[in-house]
Write a protein that binds this ligand. Structure first.
Ligand code: MEV
Length: 445
């Protein structure tokens, strides 16, 4: 066994060949590891082939828990929200938040735009004014040359919305962009946008090479790259919860509603002032967002990257959520850019993602954005509620204890005894192991 082998042509090996090379070179017990990896394959070969086809060099599937949070009342409609997440307490927190708001009007959600952005980055050493003077003409050709790509999207009510020429030569010599906006309807739209942009780039090259306004020295352009931007502040969802302060009820430790509302809003305010806190605060929001985005096989890296840029849009990284208490009304809301799809990509190909969408009533992209934003807000509410009342550890430690008990294969009796024992004691791996050892030794005599 050696951990520093190289191999050429790994991708050309069969799946069995890849696994053989991996287990023989990197594991002490190849036979056992091979069996273990295979035990996570689908029994159905066709389903396994489908999953393998999503990626490359696959040797195994990686299981993640798939949970559901019921009782999400969003815009008057009840949802059971699917969540794929490995962190304990997240689904429980979302469910508890959903239950809390169920009797207080639920979540109100809306979308504030569906606009996506793509850019052709290029350098050109001609006279900017000349390019600007024929830009209208260029736009017409760009549209004509991409009509084959956009026709279908236009039929669905979307398409390419606008194209701008951005002169950034003050930042970098000769640097320009074609910046285009798109409406991709119910698809996330990455393939569509990138195909259109690559055609824009080819058209731009041809236009500059042939248009009579440019002289010989202006015919050369260097296309640096053509790619969508994952920053989509124009593809935004807002989720809100609100009720009268006195309807918030009582909180652990006898905290009254007004004190809770005050502390809660202060916690949100702190996340607007301090980037250290804002990062953790927004991480809590993404606990909910990512879980639903994953469950529906959407691109969680795109959603994360965009959300964090949006959180820093005024130059400082801040909370994505807001809170106010005015005229006796507690209001808590979240604005989040979400480039999601319910058609295309893996959304309908992944067998469980398809079920997630079915569970949500086969929403369109806008409805999914509203559900996802509500899940993020719910998560944020639950985290802050714990933080400003009991502290986060009480709930976390319960789940932590449950995980440790499972690790030691505790039976129901042992679990009940351990839960009671650790109700007022610090939970640690060692403490739980010693507790179980004592209990088991006692049971033997
Ligand atoms: C833990 O995954 C998320 C929290 O830290 C979020 C927060 O502090 O707001 C609890």
């Amino acid at each position: 066994m050696s951990g520093n082998k190289t191999i050429s042509g790994f991708s050309k090996l069969s799946k069995a060949g890849k696994i053989k090379w991996i287990v023989e070179n990197f594991f002490r017990d190849p036979e056992h590891v091979m069996r273990e990896l295979k035990s996570y394959w689908y029994h159905d070969d066709e389903q396994q082939r489908l999953l393998d086809g999503f990626s490359e060099n696959t040797i195994c599937n990686f299981p993640m828990p798939y949970g559901v949070a019921p009782n999400f009342l969003i815009n008057g409609r009840l949802y059971v929200v699917p969540m794929v997440i490995e962190e304990s307490s997240v689904v429980a927190a979302a469910s508890s938040s959903a239950n809390f708001w169920l009797s207080r009007g639920g979540f109100k959600a809306e979308t504030l735009g569906l606009k996506k952005v793509g850019q052709v980055h290029f350098t050109w050493n001609g006279k900017a004014q000349k390019l600007k003077s024929v830009f209208g003409e260029l736009q017409t050709v760009l549209r004509k040359d991409t009509a084959a790509f956009t026709a279908n999207m236009e039929k669905r009510g979307g398409g390419a919305l606008g194209i701008e020429l951005i002169d950034l030569t003050h930042l970098e010599a000769g640097y320009y962009q074609l910046k285009a906006t798109f409406d991709t309807r119910d698809s996330m739209g990455a393939n569509f946008i990138n195909s259109v942009l690559e055609q824009y780039a080819r058209t731009l090259e041809r236009f500059l090479a042939t248009h009579p306004v440019f002289d010989q020295s202006e015919r050369e352009v260097t296309i640096i790259m053509s790619i969508l931007s994952n920053y989509t502040p124009g593809c935004l969802a807002r989720a809100t919860v609100e009720c009268r302060v006195d309807e918030l009820g009582k909180f652990p430790g006898g905290m009254d509603a007004a004190t809770f509302a005050h502390k809660f809003c202060k916690a949100v305010r702190i996340a607007h002032l301090d980037p250290h806190r804002a990062t953790t605060h927004n991480k809590g929001i993404f606990n909910g967002i990512d879980a639903v985005v994953l469950a529906t096989a959407n691109d969680f890296r795109a959603v994360e990257a965009c959300g964090h840029t949006y959180a820093a849009r005024d130059g400082k990284y801040r909370s994505l959520s807001y809170c106010s208490v005015e005229n006796g009304i507690f209001r808590f809301w979240l604005d989040i850019p979400l480039a999601l799809g319910t058609v295309g990509g893996l959304t309908k190909l992944h067998p469980i993602a398809r079920r997630s969408l079915e569970l949500l009533g086969n929403p369109n992209a806008e409805e999914l954005m509203m559900v996802v934003a509500s899940a993020g807000l719910a998560q944020n509410f639950a985290a802050l509620r714990s933080l400003v009342t009991t502290g986060i550890q009480q709930g976390h430690m319960k789940m932590h204890l449950a995980n440790i008990l499972n690790h030691f294969d505790a039976d129901e009796n042992e679990k009940t005894a351990a839960m009671a024992h650790f109700a007022d004691k610090a939970v640690s791996f060692t403490a739980v192991r010693e507790f179980l050892e004592k209990m088991r030794a006692h049971a033997e005599v």
